[in-house]
Design a protein around this ligand. Structure first.
Ligand code: AMP
Length: 215
């Protein structure tokens, strides 16, 4: 598979679908949110720059994110990449075009995962992750047997610091204002853009996604 961008609001399931594509096709997934959170956790210079933006639900500056992606792409030997949560602004999309040109790696498609706003809010504000084994629960859709405790390993579940109600609202607004316009950008540019309904189960959405990609 060649390179692919997963677009969609926070909570649309980009991370889940990106991971399933990686498993199926062996492509590399570059999820800038995961990379930034990891840098914050480790307290690296990048993490120190990014932390305030993540906590507020705002975007990390374009030049910081583009430097990060350039670095990760340079280490990538595999040809196909699934971009998850990147690009999020027009300057990032233009920067990615330049990077992929340099690497002679054409973009195969953009997939937009669409989920109604009320479902997004429940998915994000209800999300609880196990810091120990990584299992993800949702207090509305997949509650743990015992509140606050991971079904899989028994550790205490945690809420992502930017999944509180106010920050969730801000992240959704930032998506509408800064990221959604990328759909029109890629259409204008002639990249195939596929719009996918994302409010079904992860397995159903994955099946639809594979059907689109293998058509
Ligand atoms: P995510 O896990 O993709 O929802 O990203 C979590 C947070 O990381 C976002 O709310 C931003 O603060 C930051 N972030 C992730 N990807 C980007 C990006 N491409 N550009 C700017 N900020 C980003």
């Amino acid at each position: 598979m060649r390179s692919l961008i997963l677009l969609g609001a926070p909570g649309a399931g980009k991370g889940t679908q990106g991971a399933l594509l990686t498993k199926r096709y062996g492509t590399r997934r570059i999820a800038t949110g995961d990379l930034l959170r990891d840098a914050v956790r480790r307290g690296t210079p990048l993490g120190q720059k990014a932390k305030g933006f993540l906590d507020a639900g705002e975007l990390v500056p374009d030049d910081v994110v583009l430097d990060l992606v350039r670095e990760v792409l340079a280490q990538s030997e595999r040809s196909g990449v699934v971009f998850d949560g990147f690009p999020r602004t027009l300057p990032q999309a233009e920067g990615l075009d330049r990077l992929l040109d340099e690497l002679d790696q054409p973009l195969e498609a953009v997939v937009v995962i669409e989920v109604p706003e009320d479902v997004l809010v429940q998915r994000l504000s209800g999300r609880r992750q196990c810091p120990h084994c990584g299992a993800v629960h949702n207090v509305y859709f997949t509650p743990p047997r015992q509140p606050g405790v991971c079904d899989r390993c028994g550790a205490n579940l945690a809420q992502r610091s930017d999944d509180d109600a106010a920050t969730v609202r801000r992240r959704l607004t930032v998506y509408r204002e800064q990221t959604e316009p990328l759909v029109a950008y890629y259409r204008r540019r002639g990249t195939p853009v596929h719009v996918l309904k994302g409010d079904g189960s992860a397995g159903d959405v994955h099946r639809d996604l594979v059907r689109i990609l293998e058509r």
